[in-house]
Design a protein. Structure first.
Length: 485
């Protein structure tokens, strides 16, 4: 059985059949670059990064397009606030975007077009819509007539008549209908503008994705993706204007990820509960955020809260600890892995889960089962079970990597996470080393009570001490719980 996806347009799962056999054409709406990215942006980026990775893992050639909106009302307003040119502001936040995405191990798409690089394509598309009589000019502005498109509302499941009846008609005599949307906005004093046959100005938001997706992918393309908040009006409007201009189907499958709430509240700047990616990765490894999001099906809403993040943090530690235990098997010398049927069965179930609308939550459960299996094999009899553990680890790492997990170097992960842990508990490296020395001195003086008090105090902070002939080493407590995955 092939891959099945949930199509927002039909409201059901459908077998994925690409326009061109063996090739996937994917378009995802990108960010408007007027600020740093938050974890809502991260969820969408991670969700579609996993789809991208999975299609590649299944042997497809993938053309993935994700745009930058680098001209917009928000960009103009923010540039005025920051006192810099709008182009410089956009460049600043595009750079910030890449910093965040690289930290999250987001693969670069095939194409990342900017809106301002495709003004001519948008102008041509708008001109076509005007000539077809489905768009109209008013004092330098151009609007799309939603009544001209019979399929308006089909994607979002909304009835046009009901939308029109319920629309709050603003004081805007330019529009023939309150639902009509801007394709082109006439220029205002001091704002960026481009010359067109219908007057100087700049593009509306929706038109850029229509122009760029068609240019890079052709019509129809396979998958159009984005956050659930984009279904209406953005994607509804994209579909209406594109199909009206071309007479062709826009996209065959529409995939949307669910919302991110913070402590059961909608993430909002007005509330002040925005969590920036940059702030998150100061405290936690970036893969914690990926693991957190992938533990819930991409279509479902997810609640970001401290307990869930701490639980996810501990779970990631345990996965990396499995790799650490396998790495220690080097002491036995080169050993040929041996096939292990139970592990292969879990691999099969993993792919079945991913084929079923990218069910990462279920697929991850099999990754954790493989981790537990490895630890159990090594706990029971490492010398006898090492060949099976090595085989299982190969599957474990491959399946985790396929969805963008366990990509960090093991030594780097351990070292970095130690430092992050100390920051989280408010303990400096010097203070920790002083406590370890004090404990060693107490033990040397046979003051075992003091030594135990120091050990217990550190244990309460998530630090476990390990004594050996070489001295005392410390690890984060969660990494070294044997038998856990």
């Amino acid at each position: 059985m092939g891959i099945r996806v949930y199509n927002t347009f039909s409201g059901k799962k459908e077998e994925f059949k690409p326009v061109q056999e063996g090739k996937v054409k994917l378009y995802v709406c990108g960010v408007t670059v007027y600020d740093h990215c938050h974890i809502g942006h991260a969820r969408s980026a991670i969700v579609f990064d996993v789809m991208y990775r999975y299609f590649l893992a299944k042997g497809y050639e993938v053309v993935f397009v994700k745009n930058f909106t680098d001209i917009d009302d928000k960009i103009i307003k923010k540039s005025q606030i920051e006192g810099i040119n709008w182009k410089d502001l956009a460049a600043k936040y595009i750079s910030s975007f890449y910093e965040d995405m690289d930290a999250l191990h987001i693969l670069r798409p095939t194409h990342e077009p900017k809106a301002t690089e495709h003004i001519e394509d948008m102008i041509a598309l708008i001109d076509t819509l005007i000539n077809k009589g489905v768009a109209y000019k008013v004092n330098g502005d151009v609007y799309f007539s939603v009544e001209s498109y019979k399929g308006y509302g089909e994607l979002s499941g909304r009835n046009l008549d009901e939308m029109m009846a319920g629309a709050r008609i603003e004081i805007d005599e330019k529009k023939k209908n309150p639902l009509d949307f801007a394709l082109w906005k006439s220029s205002k004093e001091g704002e960026p503008k481009w010359p067109t046959p219908f007057g100087e100005g700049r593009p509306g938001w929706h038109i850029e994705c229509s122009a760029m997706s068609a240019k890079y992918l052709g019509l129809p393309f396979d998958i159009h993706g984005g956050g659930k908040d984009l279904v209406f009006p953005h994607h509804e409007n994209e579909r209406a204007q594109t199909e009206s201009a071309t007479g062709e189907r826009f996209a065959n499958y529409w995939l949307h990820n669910g919302f991110v709430n913070i402590e059961k509240e909608k993430m909002s700047k007005s509330i002040g509960n925005i969590m920036l990616i940059k702030d998150f990765i100061k405290e936690y490894h970036p893969e914690v955020l990926r693991l957190f999001f992938l533990s819930t099906h991409y279509r479902n809403p997810i609640d970001y809260n401290q307990k869930s993040i701490e639980d996810t943090n501990n779970a990631l530690y345990r996965l990396y600890y499995t790799l650490e235990r396998v790495d220690e098997l080097k002491k036995y010398g080169p050993i040929e892995p041996k096939a292990y049927g139970e592990a292969e069965e879990l691999e099969k179930r993993y792919y079945e889960a991913m084929d079923d609308d990218f069910n990462t939550a279920l697929a991850l459960s099999y990754v954790f089962e493989l981790s537990k299996m490895i630890n159990k094999l090594l706990d029971d009899d490492p010398k006898v079970n090492t060949p099976f553990a090595l085989f299982t680890n190969r599957l474990f790492l491959s399946l985790a990597n396929t969805i963008g997990l366990l990509l960090d170097d093991l030594a780097s992960f351990t070292s970095t996470e130690k430092m992050r842990h100390l920051i989280r508990i408010g303990l400096t490296q010097d203070a920790l080393e002083k406590m370890i020395i004090e404990r060693a001195q107490a033990r040397k003086n046979k003051d075992y009570k003091t030594g135990d008090e120091i050990r217990n105090a550190l244990s309460g902070m998530g630090i476990l001490l390990q004594d050996s002939p070489k001295g005392t080493e410390w690890r984060i407590k969660h990494i070294i719980i044997k038998g856990e995955g």
